[in-house]
Design a binder for this molecule. Structure first.
Ligand code: 2AM
Ligand code: CA
Length: 263
């Protein structure tokens, strides 16, 4: 497999999809809800996924696609070349804020992550990696993450987990929030992962993410030394939804051991 050629093709269709989404603001969005009233999808999410599928199949019909909107083959294993795609990560931001939403793509070959992309559509900012060769923010190589103390860390977390909830001990998370330098919540998992791998955040915690939210980001993580696991400390299973933490290597284990207690 010629990874350089695949990388050039992937970047080309990501940029083109981003251009189409930016142009889509000139006509009406159709917003629907999915699993619950706050789980949004639009015609643009679906049109963007379809654009990826058509382009990828024209490039190589043997490639398979797992997309959030379910329009690809959704193979039940990662055998062969599999693209895991979220056409718009942060759909609520897309609808309400017209910014802070990402296209994110991970390309896996026989289960091994090879190419990972997180594209901030409105800023036209690309975070990406080629496994074993490094990671880049636009044209600049990303540095390996440098060690830091937990007291210096800025952590991405959704405020709802710090209120009483059935999934996680919120008192312990309050202790984490009191310990760290600051917290942020951006509403796009891929954006928060992009910020961790590029050192703009030092950790990000979520109680439920899907494979397409993280598939591209975890490939970038490997290249900069960020640690990404579920909240048990095991690898995220790309065939199902799971809990998730990505963090600077100097604080990943410390957060899991001292501040995370699932119910
Ligand atoms: P989405 O916008 O592609 O749906 C919001 O906090 C983040 O969590 C977004 O990245 C969002 O992705 C993701 N998300 C929202 N609902 C989810 C669900 N039910 N399962 C997994 N991820 C979800
Ligand atoms: Ca999405």
């Amino acid at each position: 497999m010629d990874l350089k050629r695949l990388d050039a093709f992937a970047k080309g269709i990501i940029f083109e999809a981003g251009k189409r989404i930016r142009e889509s603001f000139t006509y009406d969005l159709e917003v629907e809800t999915k699993s619950n009233a706050n789980d949004l999808v639009t015609n643009i999410d679906r049109e963007t996924e379809l654009f990826f599928i058509e382009q990828i199949h024209a490039f190589d019909p043997s490639h398979k696609i797992i997309g959030e909107e379910g329009m690809g083959e959704r193979p039940d294993s990662l055998a062969g070349v599999v693209w895991i795609i979220d056409p718009i990560d942060g759909t609520m931001n897309f609808v309400k804020q017209h910014r802070h939403f990402m296209i994110t793509v991970g390309i896996y070959i026989d289960g091994i992550g090879k190419l990972g992309y997180i594209f901030d559509v409105m800023r036209e900012d690309l975070f990406y990696a080629i496994a074993g060769e490094g990671a880049w923010y636009n044209d600049s190589p990303m540095r390996k993450l440098q060690p830091l103390k937990i007291e210096e860390a800025v952590i991405g977390i959704n405020a709802s987990w710090v209120t009483p909830n059935p999934k996680i001990n919120h008192e312990k998370l309050i202790e984490l929030i009191r310990t760290v330098r600051g917290t942020r919540s951006y509403g796009s998992a891929a954006m928060e992962i992009a910020f961790v791998v590029s050192g703009k955040l030092d950790g990000y915690i979520s109680m439920r993410l899907a494979p397409w939210d993280i598939a591209g980001g975890i490939i970038i993580a490997q290249e900069v030394g960020a640690i990404a696991t579920n909240l048990e400390g095991n690898g995220f299973d790309l065939m199902q939804s799971d809990t998730f933490i990505i963090a600077n290597p100097s604080i990943h284990q410390l957060i899991l051991e001292n501040y995370i207690e699932q119910k």
